[in-house]
Design a protein around this ligand. Structure first.
Ligand code: BGP
Length: 494
């Protein structure tokens, strides 16, 4: 039996700069992601920046330790470039229709991120932008109509551009205060209406200029930036608990499973070290202290210590997370001698890949859930999962996405086994991109995750009309049976 415990949370997840659009409306300021172009796997997306002498440079944006951005480079929009965050898929204007569609599937939770620069346009203002706050009031009003509770990501891989330029992003501790001012505003405004909060998205991906606003690709500066984010998160958790009794806080980690390529002891040990590149983040934030192996992690990134004060250590202890949330898309395989932190460096001959080369591994999800729960002993929450695929819509916009149904059926079954057989305490599941949205890694539209098709191409052309795919009806049935229907054969799903 796959029937999940009563109260299990079912829903979808989105991020503002991939979903909302309206980038210059409602008083919103500019974000680091607004300067990212579209791209493909072969031609990665980049930021457009201009040097004082007028020359244009194009630093890569979303890779681990992306290209450095020179101190005197300024972001610039180029006429012949397309910037996907500007329109995204226009949730900003279509939120009522979108929420009605999600409600139609029976969602009882919706994970979305608040756009920091919609609330504090540069991050530096003393008072928030009322128009931005009103937009999210309206979103939550709409959710409440359908008894869908919000799961709010406070910061999804983004920074108001001004903070990136003025402070070198999270490398500077001043950003901690800007973040806390923003958190306090959110808790005051939405605290009575939102129980579940995520302080940061995929905080273990200390990468690119976009997410953390750090110009250098230097390991120490990035890990110092991550430490500053740990302190910011812990302070937010403490403040949130004080302002909103009963609230629950998590942070989100990119937690693909990782396997050793063979049972050769050197491969096994390399695997242990590589896995710690992720545990480093979860352990520090969920257990509230740096584990001794942290020094070994730093060593591999070329430095021996960080600035960590006694006050920092105290706040890490006081602001521990209530639950651990993570994204799971794939597993990776590693062996001794692979370049450091080159996840997916070794192929797994037992798995098939998505068109974007991501290995499909449902059992890896069960493995991962157990691994986290065994280690941290706090509830977990799967806040992203799904398959990016190329959908072919018919003339009515309808997509027969059996491959998506297969992927989800297998992953949700593995999740149910982890909960019902292994005893993992899992709060819920929010599928990534329930309505097609912009890909984070490539900026493409054709990498689609949704149950709902959006008529738009990689350059933003199309009607943006929404149409239910075959998987919409399948997922609706899974949710209404609280997982029991996962055991039904995959036929006649509509
Ligand atoms: C996670 C991000 C999301 C999302 C997802 C899928 O890393 O938190 O923002 O986009 O991955 O990745 P992609 O869009 O690159 O397919």
């Amino acid at each position: 039996m796959k029937k999940l415990p009563d109260g299990f949370l079912w829903g979808g997840a989105t991020a503002d700069f991939q979903f909302e659009g309206g980038f210059n409306e409602g008083g919103r300021g500019l974000l680091s992601h607004d300067f990212e172009t579209d791209g493909t796997i072969e031609q990665p997306r980049y930021h457009t920046m201009q040097m004082p002498n007028g020359s244009i440079i194009k630093p890569r944006s979303s890779f681990f330790y992306a290209d450095p951005v020179p101190q005197d480079a300024k972001p610039v929009f180029l006429d012949d470039h397309y910037y996907p965050s500007h329109q995204a898929v226009d949730f900003y204007h279509r939120y009522k229709e979108d929420i009605t569609l999600m409600a139609g599937m029976g969602f009882n939770i919706f994970r979305f991120s608040i756009c920091w620069s919609r609330i504090y346009p540069t991050g530096l203002e003393d008072t928030p932008n009322e128009e931005g706050l009103k937009f999210y009031d309206a979103v939550i009003d709409e959710l409440e109509k359908y008894h869908i509770q919000p799961l709010i990501t406070i910061c999804h891989d983004e920074l108001p551009m001004e903070l990136a330029l003025k402070y070198n992003g999270w490398a500077n501790r001043q950003v901690i205060d800007c973040y806390l001012k923003y958190c306090q505003t959110l808790f005051k405004r939405y605290g009575k209406r939102c129980k579940y909060w995520l302080t940061f998205n995929e905080i273990n991906a200390v990468r690119g200029f976009g997410p953390c606003g750090i110009r250098e690709s230097n390991g120490k500066m990035r890990y110092q930036g991550a430490h500053n984010m740990f302190v910011a998160s812990a302070k937010a958790v403490k403040l949130g608990h004080e302002m909103m009794p009963g609230s629950m806080f998590g942070a989100m980690y990119a937690m693909s499973e990782l396997y050793p390529a063979t049972c050769k002891p050197e491969d096994m040990f390399h695997h242990l070290q590589q896995r710690r590149e992720n545990w480093y983040f979860i352990d520090t934030m969920a257990r509230g202290y740096y584990h001794p192996y942290a020094k070994e992690v730093w060593h591999h990134h070329g430095f021996d210590n960080l600035e960590i004060s006694e006050d920092d250590k105290q706040i890490l202890k006081e602001g521990q997370l209530d639950f651990v949330s993570f994204s799971y898309y794939r597993s990776n395989t590693t062996k001794a001698g692979d370049p450091w932190f080159n996840v997916g460096g070794s192929a797994n001959p037992y798995l098939e890949n998505t068109p974007w080369g991501w290995p499909i591994d449902p059992l890896g999800l069960r493995y991962c859930m157990n691994e986290i729960y065994d280690r941290i002993q706090k509830p977990i929450f799967i806040v992203e999962n799904g398959i990016g695929a190329i959908d072919k819509a018919d003339e009515n916009g309808y997509v027969e996405d059996d491959y998506r149904i297969d992927y989800l059926q297998q992953h949700l079954s593995a999740m149910a086994d982890a909960i019902l057989i292994d005893g993992v305490d899992c709060l819920g599941y929010t599928m990534w991109g329930p309505i097609d949205l912009i890909s984070l890694s490539t900026g493409e539209m054709k990498k689609r995750y949704g149950f709902i098709y959006v008529d738009m191409d990689d350059k933003g052309n199309g009607t943006l009309n929404r149409t239910k795919k075959k998987s919409y009806y399948w997922m609706k049935h899974i949710i209404e049976t609280n997982g029991e229907a996962l055991e039904e054969p995959l036929t006649n799903k509509k």
